[in-house]
Write a protein that binds this ligand. Structure first.
Ligand code: WT7
Length: 637
């Protein structure tokens, strides 16, 4: 068996789980033995959730890129590490072997050094889905710089906020990115962001779309020119920087219930060990398998299951530049057929949108290479689960439903493909080392089965969030203060009669729109910036394709003369402030909002109205102005 820590039977899972909970140090120490260390750890774990202060593999020294690249060279140097499928069917795909990826990473690591990047510096990556993105991430990791990837759908304002928060002095971007029929203007968005970020020293630009851009003297340089400067000197071997186990590896911004996104910090060793452990076990990965995760690398799913875990396992990762439905709804199946994909990992929203096209796009596509299917990002409805099972997996591919978060680094609850039982719409059982707890509003543990509550985790795992960048207190209050001595996920959860877990969705003010995480407060702040807006309240509502849609109630200073025009103006402002992903689906102008006497907005009522449950609004007697509810009900869109 290629991976000594791969679990291959249900009984073995049960034994392993028991061991992991009873002897966590011994268990994780054993898993960590399978990686390359410059120096092994003195102690496996020290933790205190109340601070929080969590350290794994204390005093261990390593570089994650030696685990992702160097250690595979001797045995598997010619094995494909990355397969890249471009946006356009006309363009040739690229296959990058471990040897080639190693060389590219080392070369670009030298480019970073030449441009003044040092260990601990923050480097912002704002790129499309091209192989140069993982190359840049790994090059940062190689020299100990901390990358912060920003999804290409975020606006200049959002980029600027993130650059300032991280004090990132270096940026890697492209002239543009291809996504479906559109060219996304990356560099010009960066230029807009940099107006308010004079501390940025260098911008490295990768040429992809040949979009006209402006290059600022002394600040902006071309990726290819910089590479040529390095390769002109012949042999390249950028020695990997020796990193402490707890040195930060990357920052990834994510939305919470407050208006400002927070920079989730992951560290080297724990992230490496846990992500790889979950990858090999959940997907039952076998060397040579082609793993296709359809996420964008701008989100945690791409970081973990396109880049780091797959490469650490010596696997082959397929990355796709474009959209699943472009140029037609058969594109995903073309890719599976063309590259003989063995593992397909995607989001329920993608499954639902492909499902809506019917079965015609599947005709003539050979999907027989598929062995395992996965979903992630939001609860999957049973209809989508069965469609995936019948029409894509042809009832012979186990489906894994992987529940996790940006903050958890990798999957915490999931079945192991073909090894532990699956149940439609259930993430099922915790991975070894993961101790889920359901609690009630008062923080009291809910024991037994067939119960629901808020999902917490009572013991650390190696890739747990360490801090929120620049503001540790925020990390504490967000995740570790709601319930004493536990990590709070923000999700609601049901545990069935057999102890299987089903995630029911967020219990805080965080929305999940097409698998994108968006805080309602962020959208409200953006709407409130629009001229004439007095106040707004944003809630989610069930949406057939997106999972959740965004419903905004907006109070204007004066009745808009042209409501349609004002609505589209507000959408423009939201696009400008956050990005197109945060655009409300519905905007209702209202005269007031349902508030308690203390001024708190009763979101429960607004959610019910948005959901269309207008006859069952519960107790409204504590409202300051109960009459407002009828008015809002009547104006419902
Ligand atoms: C939130 C985290 C994990 C990578 C992608 C999203 C929801 C995630 C599932 C699932 C039900 C899920 C949760 C979670 N979620 N996976 N399998 N079943 N819900 O990462 O942006 O940090 O969002 O996504 O609500 O809290 P994220």
């Amino acid at each position: 068996m290629p991976y000594p820590f791969q679990i291959t039977s249900y009984d073995q899972y049960k034994e392993t789980y028991k061991h992991s909970v009873e002897q966590p140090d011994e268990f994780w120490g054993g898993v960590a033995e399978n990686f390359t260390w410059r120096k092994k750890w003195d102690k496996v774990l020290e933790w205190d959730f109340r601070k929080p202060d969590i350290k794994w593999f204390i005093n261990g020294k390593l570089n994650i890129t030696e685990n992702c690249l160097d250690r595979h060279l001797a045995q598997a140097g010619d094995r494909p590490a990355l397969i890249w499928e471009p946006n356009s069917k006309e363009e040739a795909h690229r296959v990058i072997t471990y040897k080639e990826l190693h060389t590219s990473v080392c070369t670009f690591a030298q480019v970073l050094k030449n441009n003044g990047v040092k260990k601990g510096d923050r480097v912002c990556l704002y790129m499309g889905m091209v192989p140069e993105l993982p190359i840049a991430m790994l090059a940062c990791a190689r020299i100990g710089a901390i990358h912060s990837v920003i999804f290409g759908g975020f606006s200049a304002q959002s980029i600027s906020d993130r650059l300032q928060d991280a004090q990132a002095e270096f940026i890697i971007t492209g002239d543009g990115a291809y996504r479906g029929g559109k060219d996304i203007p990356l560099k010009s968005t960066i230029d807009d962001a940099l107006v308010s970020c004079p501390f940025v020293k260098k911008v490295i630009v990768y040429l992809r779309t040949h979009t006209p851009i402006s290059m600022i003297k002394g600040r902006d340089v071309w990726w290819d020119d910089e590479i040529k400067k390095v390769t002109a000197h012949g042999n390249i071997s950028t020695e990997a920087e020796e990193m402490d186990a707890e040195d930060p590896l990357f920052i990834l911004y994510t939305s919470g219930s407050t208006g400002k996104p927070k920079g989730v910090v992951h560290t080297s060793a724990g992230y490496m060990v846990y992500t790889t452990y979950t990858f090999v076990n959940i997907f039952q990965y076998q060397p040579g398998d082609v793993h296709f995760c359809t996420a964008d690398i701008g989100w945690i799913t791409g970081h973990t299951y396109i880049v780091y875990s797959v490469l650490c396992a010596g696997g082959t990762s397929l990355m796709y530049e474009g959209l699943p439905t472009w140029p037609d709804a058969g594109r995903m199946w073309d890719i599976v057929d063309k590259h003989k994909v063995n593992i397909l990992y995607t989001a329920p929203t993608a499954i639902r949108s492909l499902m809506a096209y019917g079965l015609a796009p599947l005709e003539g596509k050979d999907l027989s290479s598929l062995k395992i299917l996965g979903t992630v990002g939001e609860p999957i409805n049973e209809e989508a689960w069965h469609w995936y099972d019948v029409h894509i997996g042809k009832k012979r591919c186990p489906i894994v439903d992987t529940w996790w978060q940006t903050e958890t680094g990798a999957t915490l609850i999931s079945n192991l493909a073909g090894v532990t039982p699956a149940k439609p719409s259930y993430a099922t059982l915790p991975l070894p080392g993961i101790q889920p707890v359901l609690v009630d509003e008062q923080g009291k543990e809910i024991t037994g089965n067939d119960v629901s509550g808020n999902l917490c985790i009572r013991f650390p795992w190696p890739s747990i969030i360490r801090t929120t960048y620049g503001d540790h207190e925020r990390c504490r209050t967000n995740y570790f203060a709601t319930y004493d001595n536990m990590y709070f996920t923000g999700d609601g959860c049901y545990r069935d009669e057999n102890g299987f877990y089903r995630i029911t969705g967020r219990v805080d003010d965080v929305l999940n729109v097409s698998g994108h995480r968006i805080g309602t407060a962020e959208v409200e702040n953006a709407i409130n910036m629009h001229t004439g807006v007095l106040e707004s309240a944003v809630v989610g509502y069930p949406h057939d394709l997106k999972g959740q849609g965004i419903y905004a109630y907006v109070i204007m200073e004066a009745d808009p003369e042209d409501a349609k025009l004002t609505q589209s103006d507000i959408l423009q402002t939201v696009t400008r402030v956050i990005g197109p992903i945060a655009r409300p689906d519905k905007i209702q102008f209202v005269k007031g909002l349902p508030k308690t006497r203390s001024g708190k907005i009763m979101r429960r009522i607004l959610r019910k109205i948005a959901e269309g449950e207008i006859n069952n609004l519960g107790d409204t007697s504590t409202l300051l102005d109960p009459g407002i509810v009828n008015e809002i009900k009547e104006g419902r869109i």
